[in-house]
Design a protein around this ligand. Structure first.
Ligand SMILES: *Cc1c(COP(=O)(O)O)cnc(C)c1O
Length: 239
């Protein structure tokens, strides 16, 4: 998974972090998961300079996570195109048009209104958009995501849309969450996977960040989203 190239000495810490994360992922996998399962690592890029992101890509990172439309648009031309991009931040309906052709997946779908706009623009652009449904698993007022009680109804409605493919679930468990929160996400994921919906191929459970990715892997995650642990502390406060 990790390669070693010795350019950019000033970014060496990113390589060290990357190696450590890869090692921990493999370790958690060997403890908790089947050997043929694949755990994907996403580098979360918010506030990180394109040079550092491209360095990470040169070391083997192949998936980027973008939170903010404006920031993404200002940086995307500078990115090495080898990496795939997923949108993972709160997305306003009127901004879907700016990203629909650039991102491989939108992980943060949490309303029918947003799904309908993605579907409409995907149709217009002749594509099927991969999405995840974001669940507010901690029921936090400050977070986006749908409540787990509304999940099945939303999945049911989105599954009728022709130009959207539901690929799984995404969650941001509250910091310091008990293990059962992760377990609960995995149960929801497996339950939907067994249902006979149309336009659904539940293959992605996107869960786990710098502080909890090993716990998330223990409970079924196959896509961990890492920012701080890879690039260091973010420079300015998040909105
Ligand atoms: C910022 C962010 C992450 C990464 O968080 P870290 O704790 O820095 O690893 C993951 N997912 C989402 C949706 C984020 O906004």
């Amino acid at each position: 998974m990790c390669q070693t190239v010795n350019n950019y000495p000033e970014f060496k810490y990113i390589l060290e972090n990357y190696k450590e994360i890869c090692y921990n992922i493999e370790n958690a996998k060997s403890k908790y998961r089947k050997s043929n399962e694949v755990i994907n690592l996403m580098a979360v890029t918010k506030t990180v300079e394109p040079e550092k992101i491209n360095f990470a890509i040169s070391q083997g990172v192949s998936l980027l996570g973008e939170n903010r439309v404006q920031e993404y648009l200002s940086k995307k031309e500078q990115y090495n195109k080898k990496a795939e991009v997923h949108f993972i931040g709160h997305l306003q309906t009127n901004k879907v048009k700016y990203i629909i052709n650039d991102v491989k997946m939108i992980q943060s779908v949490d309303s029918l209104k947003l799904a309908c706009e993605i579907d409409r623009l995907a149709k217009k652009n002749n594509k099927i958009m991969d999405i995840l449904i974001e669940i507010n698993i901690g029921n936090e007022l400050s977070k986006s995501g749908i409540s787990k009680d509304s999940l099945f109804d939303l999945v049911n409605k989105i599954s009728e849309l022709q130009n959207i493919s539901i690929c799984g679930l995404m969650a941001i468990p509250p910091i310091g969450s008990d293990e059962y929160v992760f377990e609960e996400m995995n149960e929801l994921f497996l339950r939907i996977k067994e249902m006979p919906y149309k336009n659904i191929s539940m293959n992605t459970l996107s869960m786990g960040m710098s502080g909890d990715y090993e716990l998330a892997i223990k409970h079924g995650s196959n896509l961990v989203r890492i920012g701080t642990k890879l690039f260091g502390a973010r420079k300015y406060l998040e909105v």
